[in-house]
Design a protein around this ligand. Structure first.
Ligand code: SF4
Length: 371
């Protein structure tokens, strides 16, 4: 009978040890394989990448396990060299996008949790594609590893093409050669694929592997209320970002159709529970669209909505997509919005640095081109 191969990137370290025990191999071999996967960033199970594993272990892996790393179908660099977008092809030929972003002194991987998305936010290119399928934990982990390998190649400058985006912004430090931050803000709604995403986060956080700290992982949701409440119950160690975009139920539902299922008052009750239970501040994301949600009244409405909550507002001037005709808020209006939040409500906010717009790698722009 044919049994499915074990995808090693989908196993936690503990599960890898259990698998090795099942195969009758000592734990030391599992520990070695784990460090090859997550410290050496091995992308195959060949003897060259696993030199210290006995032949019988490698043979068993070759017969019953796989890495199934996604292949790069296309990699595009933004003209300023700070952003690289990968179009990755999965084993069933489905395609997803992953983005490497360089900010001053840090590197962030923006990874996808689904191929397409069922949430249908009107300004989002992924939402306009519709839902194709959930990603597996291995496919989520593999995206972070893909970015980590790029950074390592760049730091070793073994491949001049990889070295290009390393051209440092003025204050970039050596820390930018290692992946330290992951945001689940790529294609898909992470809380709509909860189990796979949490399993992947457990692997990314493993201290003997990529060792991403809780404060280095940010999950962004459009407002899936049961998922937020489950995160609170399970006290998951991560940063939570909630896409708000409007403090008015009807206005929000016009931008984010899923708000009809989980209305604003239910969402805010869930956010309050989350913050009370975990003691964590939530980042509230607000895509600024000129003439739609960027007026002083809108700023005051969000100020009132978030009053008393541990909150920070991330303002994101709209990134253009072909199927939505809204335009980004002008910088003066974004600044005015921010000042109202600060002066009238003591509410901290940031205006997000825009990255990768020329290669459609900004927030809400990820979509697999029909080629
Ligand atoms: S903004 Fe996020 S949740 Fe909304 S459609 Fe796009 S990917 Fe899905």
């Amino acid at each position: 009978m044919h049994t499915a191969r074990v995808n090693l990137h989908g196993l936690t370290r503990e599960q890898l040890h259990v698998q090795f025990a099942r195969w009758g191999f000592p734990s030391v071999h599992a520990a070695r394989l784990w460090s090859h996967l997550y410290l050496d960033l091995a992308d195959s199970l060949s003897s060259a990448t696993l030199p210290d594993l006995p032949v019988r272990v490698r043979d068993r892996l070759a017969a019953e396990a796989t890495l199934e790393s996604p292949r790069t179908a296309l990699a595009t660099d933004s003209s300023d060299g700070f952003t690289r977008k990968y179009l990755l092809r999965l084993s069933d030929d489905e395609r997803i996008e992953t983005v490497l972003m360089r900010f001053t002194g840090r590197v962030t991987a923006c990874i996808s949790s689904q191929a397409g998305c069922a949430m249908g936010c009107v300004f989002c290119a992924t939402g306009q594609m519709g839902f194709l399928r959930d990603l597996t934990p291995a496919e989520i982990v593999a995206q972070a590893l893909h970015v980590a390998r790029t950074l390592r190649r760049a730091s070793e400058a073994a491949d001049p093409a990889e070295a290009r985006p390393e051209s440092p912004p003025p204050a970039t430090t050596a820390s930018s050669s290692r992946l330290r931050n992951v945001v689940l803000m790529g294609m898909g709604e992470p809380l709509h694929n909860y189990d796979a995403v949490m399993h992947a986060i457990d692997i990314l956080r493993d201290p003997a592997g990529l060792a991403l700290g809780a404060e280095r992982i940010t999950l962004s949701t459009v407002g899936v209320v049961p998922g937020i409440l489950r995160l609170a119950r399970e006290r998951r160690p991560l940063h939570l970002a909630v896409s708000l975009h409007s403090a008015d139920s009807a206005e929000r539902a016009a931008l984010v159709p899923v708000a009809k299922k989980w209305p604003l008052d239910e969402l805010m009750a869930a956010c309050r529970t989350y913050s009370e239970t975990t003691g964590r501040r939530i980042f509230y994301e607000w895509t600024l669209i000129e003439g739609k949600n960027d007026s002083p009244e809108h700023a005051r409405a969000v100020g009132r909505l978030l009053r008393g909550l541990p909150a920070q507002v991330n303002l994101i001037p709209l990134n253009p997509t072909t199927q939505y005709d809204g335009v980004p808020t002008r910088p003066e209006a974004a600044k005015r919005f921010q000042q109202i939040l600060a002066h009238e409500f003591s509410l901290p906010s940031t205006v997000r640095q825009r990255r990768g717009l020329d290669i459609a790698a900004g927030c809400g722009q990820l979509a697999v081109a029909a080629t």
